[in-house]
Design a protein around this ligand. Structure first.
Ligand SMILES: Cc1ncc(COP(=O)(O)O)c(C=O)c1O
Length: 445
């Protein structure tokens, strides 16, 4: 059994290596062991009964908990400054479960109009099928979020750094609006990473991650996590019956009465993870834990390379704009300095003057890979309008600020000079070939 630890107040780089695990047992393994077991033996029938009834804590079956996965959960909670965390198979599952737990009924969500394309698919298509209604609002307009609140609104959802344009919503202002209406704020902190920004410290109640990205950092596995602050007030029984009302499923008590600040995460785990089953495999948790240990140094290195790439691209005649808050022209440059002094992560967007050059530019890159991922050690490029965000309607694309010339670059850990040479070569080749392509035919409003 792994032993959680209680660390003194430490910096993120120390938390990333130590939180959630203390060597113990006969062998005292220094690194987190991989517990590859679907089930756990009970010492007696009475013990099994107590654990299944959730009256005693402990592992029963790995769909809802595993010692290795638990270390990842504790480490993610510690990094974000949360009380509890629930790991999921993917970031997509983390977003889905975090919101399903709030919107049973079905209820209404107000979401940022600038989100990862897969999240937009989930909200507009699958959630819509379940009867959960979504209103998308510009994350820069807190008053518009307030105006969009309905009797049934049960969540605000936004990304702390948006994918791919790196806009920075005013989280404290949005949280102030939400909390006046007893609405929890769920923030996807994937791009920022907790090495740079902790949404719970700025008013968020719940944080979600695609651990597939910078947390893992190696691009080898998928994973997700829901981190709960444990401080949102779910006591209004009429508003939050799934948490505050006594239920047969929990032996006639309410989750709130049993778990207090742990009630929301217990709902995510014991109902949604248990019933729907998007469990993070222990081997993937193990791999993500190894990645997290280097998160702060990887993030700092990628961000310093990103600045060099941004400077190069901004000065290039084929480039219309670099969309990144490090640029003085970015509308959230000042907000970045205030809330993100360490950086906003390793993603930048570059917009070419001539969208027709996009395919030739991409195809002439030799080091930078065309791939739909971010946060890896290797640098990757994607064309959001035809890849990650390809199912958005023309008006959704326009609202998200995405046009045919925009490319997303996730900066990795290669030598910056090699990456700049790669970009330079590919831009030159694209200009020479003047490739006229199909990109412009695809979407645009
Ligand atoms: C910001 C953001 N959130 C969530 C997800 C979904 O994560 P996963 O691919 O791990 O399901 C992604 C994936 O790209 C993402 O970029």
């Amino acid at each position: 059994m792994t032993q959680p630890n209680t660390l003194p107040q430490v910096q993120p780089s120390t938390t990333a290596i130590h939180a959630g695990y203390t060597p113990s047992g006969d062998y005292r393994p220094l690194t987190v062991p991989l517990y590859s077991s679907a089930a756990y033996e009970f010492g007696s029938h009475a013990e099994a009964v107590e654990k299944f009834a959730l009256r005693a804590s402990g592992f029963t079956y790995s769909r809802t908990g595993n010692p290795t996965v638990s270390v990842f959960e504790q480490r993610a909670a510690a990094l974000e400054g949360g009380a509890n965390a629930v790991a999921t198979a993917t970031g997509q599952a983390a977003v889905a479960l975090s919101l399903l737990a709030l919107t049973q009924g079905p209820k209404h969500i107000i979401a940022s109009s600038q989100l990862y394309g897969g999240t937009v698919d989930l909200l507009t298509d699958s959630f819509n099928d379940f009867g959960i209604r979504i209103t998308f609002v510009d994350p820069d307009q807190p008053a518009a979020w307030e105006a969009a609140i309905e009797e049934d609104t049960r969540a605000f959802f936004l990304e702390s750094v948006t994918n791919p344009l790196s806009t920075l919503p005013d989280l404290p202002a949005l949280a102030e609006v939400a909390h006046r209406h007893n609405i929890p704020v769920v923030v996807d902190n994937t791009l920022a990473t907790p090495a740079n920004f902790k949404p719970l410290a700025y008013g968020a109640d719940i944080v979600v991650h695609s651990a597939t990205k910078a947390l893992a950092g190696h691009g080898q596995v998928l994973g997700g996590v829901v981190v709960d602050s444990g401080t949102f007030d779910f006591s209004d029984e009429a508003r939050w019956p799934q948490i505050a009302r006594a239920r047969e499923r929990y032996a006639g008590t309410s989750l709130l009465a049993r778990y207090a600040g742990g009630a929301y995460s217990m709902l995510v785990r014991s109902k949604f993870l248990h019933d729907l089953g998007p469990t993070l495999p222990a081997a993937n948790a193990h791999s993500i834990i190894t990645g997290i240990e280097t998160l702060p140094v990887r993030t700092a290195a990628a961000q310093s390379t990103l600045l060099l790439l941004a400077n190069f691209l901004e000065a290039h005649p084929l480039v219309k704009a670099v969309h990144h808050p490090s640029r003085t022209t970015h509308r959230h440059h000042e907000r970045a300095a205030k809330f993100f002094p360490r950086g906003t992560g390793s993603v930048l967007a570059v917009e070419l003057h001539d969208a027709d050059l996009v395919p030739a530019f991409i195809d002439n890159l030799k080091i930078i890979a065309l791939a739909a991922n971010i946060g890896d050690t290797r640098t990757m490029i994607a064309h959001p309008a035809t890849m990650t965000h390809c199912r958005l309607t023309p008006s959704q694309l326009a609202e998200a600020g995405l046009n045919a010339g925009v490319l997303r670059i996730s900066v990795g850990l290669e030598d910056p000079a090699d990456l700049i040479r790669d970009l330079d070569r590919a831009l030159a080749a694209a200009e020479v070939s003047g490739d006229k392509s199909t990109v412009k035919d695809v979407v645009f409003a």
